[in-house]
Design a protein. Structure first.
Length: 271
């Protein structure tokens, strides 16, 4: 009996468990999922946006090589997986599979079910199902907590960006606002995606809560055409309860979109 145990131990040592696949990512949204779900040894490289102020996982991205989404820069890493959302262009799946990598393209979530689907996808290809399950459980727990804390008061909110657009239905911002328990004025009136936000709307029918996105992003601080310089916007921010979302919580649709939802819910409760 003992000799059989010794034999099995020796056999296991001779044939160690297969290493988990190595991956690189081609854009900063794919970076977030790779950094969150992979073991450090699995990360071959990240995109050039991985450590920017709009990248939620920028601190975790520091040790890794940053690359452009080109064949010339990716091929030397010999990854098993190339992870992307939009990086590499329309022909990325065909182009990057030439050197034997499996190209995995994330979806564009419009809600938290879509976020969970991306988590499952990335966790699956990285052989990190347990990490994926833990993250999905956290998303569901936080969503349930937001639902329990939602104010009974109807709070009508409007999302405002420096580019002068708002968020309607079929957007992750709308899902964030819904999770926070506030009414998205644009979606309620039937707008979808990213309609323009006329200044007259803000004057004639101001919202109960303003949700400001990207007004503090580095790119917008130097943009002389930013709507934040418009007097109507300045008046709105001064006279209306406002929550300014951190750019890294809304630049990609992911689990950290809940940070934005929680910030909105907290501000709505203070009105």
């Amino acid at each position: 009996m003992i000799w059989r145990l010794v034999f099995l131990i020796a056999l296991a040592a001779a044939f160690p468990a297969a290493a988990k696949p190595r991956a690189l990512s081609l854009d900063y949204c794919a970076d977030q999922y790779l950094l969150k779900l992979a073991d450090p040894a699995q990360i071959a490289a990240l995109s050039r946006g991985a450590d920017k102020d709009y990248s939620y996982m920028r601190d975790a991205a520091q040790p890794y090589k940053k690359i452009r989404p080109t064949l010339e820069e990716t091929a030397p890493f010999e990854p098993d997986i190339v992870l992307r959302q939009w990086g590499g262009g329309a022909n990325a799946e065909r182009a990057f599979s030439r050197f034997g990598a499996k190209v995995v393209t994330l979806g564009y979530p419009e809600n938290f079910d879509g976020v969970k689907a991306n988590v499952r996808l990335v966790a699956g290809v990285l052989d990190q199902q347990e990490k994926g399950d833990v993250l999905i459980a956290e998303i569901e727990r936080r969503l349930a907590a937001l639902k329990r804390k939602a104010t009974e008061q109807r709070v009508e909110a409007l999302y405002v960006t420096p580019g002068g657009v708002t968020a309607g239905g079929h957007t992750m911002i709308n899902a964030i606002m819904s999770a926070a328990g506030v009414v998205n004025i644009a979606a309620e009136r039937g707008d979808i995606y990213w309609p323009a936000l006329p200044a007259e709307t803000l004057i004639l029918d101001p919202p109960g809560l303003v949700i400001a996105g990207f007004f503090h992003a580095a790119d917008e601080r130097i943009n002389h055409w930013s709507a934040s310089r418009h007097p109507v916007f300045r008046k709105l921010f001064n006279s209306t309860p406002t929550v300014s979302l951190s750019p890294d919580t809304i630049s990609c649709a992911a689990w950290f979109s809940l940070d934005a939802a929680e910030a909105i819910a907290e501000r709505a409760a203070q009105r």
